[in-house]
Structures are given as structure tokens and as C-alpha cells.
Design a protein around this ligand. Structure first.
Ligand SMILES: Nc1nc2c(ncn2[C@@H]2O[C@H](COP(=O)(O)OP(=O)(O)OP(=O)(O)O)[C@@H](O)[C@H]2O)c(=O)[nH]1
Ligand SMILES: [Mg+2]
Length: 306
């Protein structure tokens, strides 16, 4: 196996060309590793010939996200669609239990052609995770090997905010008995949701939870019920996702969404940069706040290389 030098710029076009020539996922996997480990802002992913729906799946731990993604993989591959999945590991070490769990549940689909599942460690700052995941998602799109891309992430803390910047559609997976929808609204995932699923609808309270969600939104939002373990409601979910993609694909809706998302991501990176500059800053006790802000911004600007 040839060695790559991470200090030399990555030729993504070349990596993708190798992937297209090769039969199977190995070259794509290697390309992802390189992109994932490189400084995210130094990586330039070529424009895809055809844009692919990128669905971000978020929700509380154990809500059934992986099981549901497994069902969606089956539903999409049945129609001949090729599916790429990125699972963002919530617990950092790559061999973590959560990840292994994800792998096992998705395992049965891994051998079919047209399905590619890849996990990424959730390390670094929010901006860094978002930027690296963004690059990998765009790489999958540019590879031309997929018709849909799914990113699974646990909606805890900051990650679920990032998912809105990564995905064209945010699918919020929740379950009955979480108290009520307010809990999830407080958790912050609801503002970014484009489609909501109340999974584990085989448990009591699913219809009520779905009603709560419908009422809680000030906007029209599909709220569906699924039972991921037996596949109930998955056909409807697929239809809702496809309808959403159709809507995004007409006019400039997708361009606008992606451009806003990229701007949000850039803002986090800029914020992190400014914070890093500020942490090494030693200002005069008599300085005014205006002077401090000005100095920090000046420092951030002079140390930033375009
Ligand atoms: N009763 C019931 N159990 C389900 C359903 N969907 C998933 N489960 C079970 O719930 C457990 C958690 O499912 P996962 O798919 O791993 O959930 P997850 O959201 O991916 O979990 P994390 O990735 O750890 O956050 C598993 O034991 C599933 O078999 C459902 O619709 N009904
Ligand atoms: Mg999971």
C-alpha cells in the first residue's frame, strides 16, 4: 500500500479518479481518511456533476436512529438507489461501544453493493467537526457513487446544531414518553428539523407525541410515526424525504440552503479563530472594551492567512 504524505496537498480529483477506476469501496475509504485527517480548510472538494440529497439524522441517544437508517437503506436500495452513510461517533474512541452497536445494526446491509457505511470520530471543536464532516459528505457526493447520503449524529449539545449546516434535510428522530415535545424543543433540535419522526410507535403515547410535535411548530412540518424494528412507517418516511428533495431541487432552494449552511459553518470557524486569538491576549487593565474588541479583531485579521 503506498504511503501518503499528509503535508502535501491532497489531490481530491486524483483520489476520486482512482475510486472510479477501482471496483469497490477501498479507494473511496482511503480518500475519506485523507480528507478527514487533513486541515479542513485546505481541502477543496470538486463540484459534483449531480447533487445528492444529504439527510442528517439526529435525536436523543437510543431513539432508534441507526435501526431506522438501516430500514431506509433497505427502502432505497430496493429502488436501485445507492446509499452512503456517515455515522458520527458520539463517544470519541473509534472502537467505542456506541459505534460498534451502529456497525452491527447496519452490518446486514454492508455487503450489498451500492451501500457504503463509514464512521467518523467526533473530535475537535464544533467548527472542526462540521468542516471535516462537510468535506466528507461533499466527497461522497462528488464521487458520483451515491443517490442519497445519510449522516447519523446524536443530538446532544452542539452537534445537532451542526447537522443543520451539513445536511440538506434534518430528520429529527424522537420517541414517545420523553415527557412532551417541549423536552426536545429545549434540547434545541426542533428549530433545525425539516422532518420529524416519532419512532417506537409500537409503544404507548406515540400518537400523542406526534400531535404535540405538530402543535409545537409554528410552521408546516411533516411529523411521522415509525416502528424501526419492523419497518412500519418507513415507506411514508421515504416518501416524505423524497418530496422534500423534490422541493429543494426546484428553483434555487438548494443553492440557498447550502450557501446559508456554509456561511454558518464559516462563522463558527471564524468565531473559533477569534477566540483562539483572544486567549493569548494580554490587554492593559485601563483599556476600554471597544479597544479590546478592536485589538482582538486586528490580531485575528493579521494572523489569518487567506
Ligand atoms: N420497541 C422498539 N424498539 C426499537 C425501535 N427502533 C429501535 N429500537 C431499539 O432501540 C434500541 C436502540 O436503537 P438504535 O437504532 O441503536 O438507536 P440510536 O438512536 O441509533 O442509538 P445511538 O446511536 O446510541 O444514539 C435498539 O435495541 C433497537 O432495537 C422501535 O421502533 N420500537
Ligand atoms: Mg446509532
Amino acid at each position: 500500500m503506498e504511503a501518503y504524505d499528509l503535508n502535501t496537498p491532497i489531490d481530491v480529483e486524483l483520489l476520486l479518479a482512482r475510486h472510479r477506476e477501482a471496483n469497490g469501496w477501498m479507494q473511496l475509504s482511503r480518500a475519506i481518511s485523507l480528507v478527514e485527517n487533513a486541515a479542513p480548510l485546505d481541502v477543496v472538494i470538486p463540484q459534483a456533476d449531480r447533487r445528492v440529497h444529504c439527510v442528517g439524522v439526529t435525536g436523543p441517544p437510543g431513539a432508534g436512529k441507526s435501526t431506522l437508517i438501516g430500514r431506509l437503506i433497505a427502502a432505497y436500495t430496493e429502488t436501485g438507489a445507492r446509499v452512503g452513510v456517515i455515522a458520527i461517533d458520539p463517544s470519541s474512541p473509534l472502537t467505542g461501544g456506541a459505534l460498534l452497536g451502529d456497525r452491527l445494526r447496519m452490518e446486514e446491509y454492508l455487503n450489498c453493493s451500492g451501500v457504503f457505511v463509514r464512521s467518523m470520530a467526533n473530535r475537535g471543536s464544533r467548527g472542526a467537526i462540521a468542516a471535516a464532516t462537510h468535506n466528507v459528505a461533499r466527497l461522497l457526493e462528488a464521487s458520483g457513487s451515491f443517490d442519497i447520503i445519510v449522516i447519523e449524529t446524536v443530538g446532544a449539545g452542539q452537534t445537532e446544531v451542526s447537522i443543520a449546516a451539513l445536511a440538506d434535510t434534518v430528520l429529527l428522530v424522537t420517541i414517545p414518553g420523553l415527557g412532551d415535545a417541549v423536552q426536545t424543543i429545549k434540547a434545541g433540535s426542533v428549530e433545525v428539523a425539516d422532518v420529524v419522526v416519532v419512532n417506537m410507535a409500537d409503544r404507548p403515547g406515540a400518537a400523542e407525541a406526534a400531535r404535540h410535535f405538530k402543535l409545537s411548530f409554528g410552521r408546516a412540518l411533516p411529523v411521522l410515526q415509525t416502528v424501526a424494528i419492523d419497518g412500519r412507517g418507513v415507506g411514508e418516511l421515504k416518501a416524505a424525504l423524497d418530496q422534500r428533495w423534490e422541493q429543494l431541487s426546484c428553483d434555487r432552494a438548494l443553492d440557498i440552503r447550502r450557501s446559508k449552511a456554509a456561511t454558518a459553518e464559516a462563522a463558527w470557524i471564524a468565531e473559533e479563530w477569534v477566540r483562539a486569538c483572544a486567549s493569548g491576549f494580554d490587554s492593559d487593565a485601563s483599556a476600554t472594551q471597544r479597544e479590546r474588541v478592536g485589538s482582538i479583531l486586528k490580531e485575528a485579521h493579521t494572523t489569518w492567512h487567506d
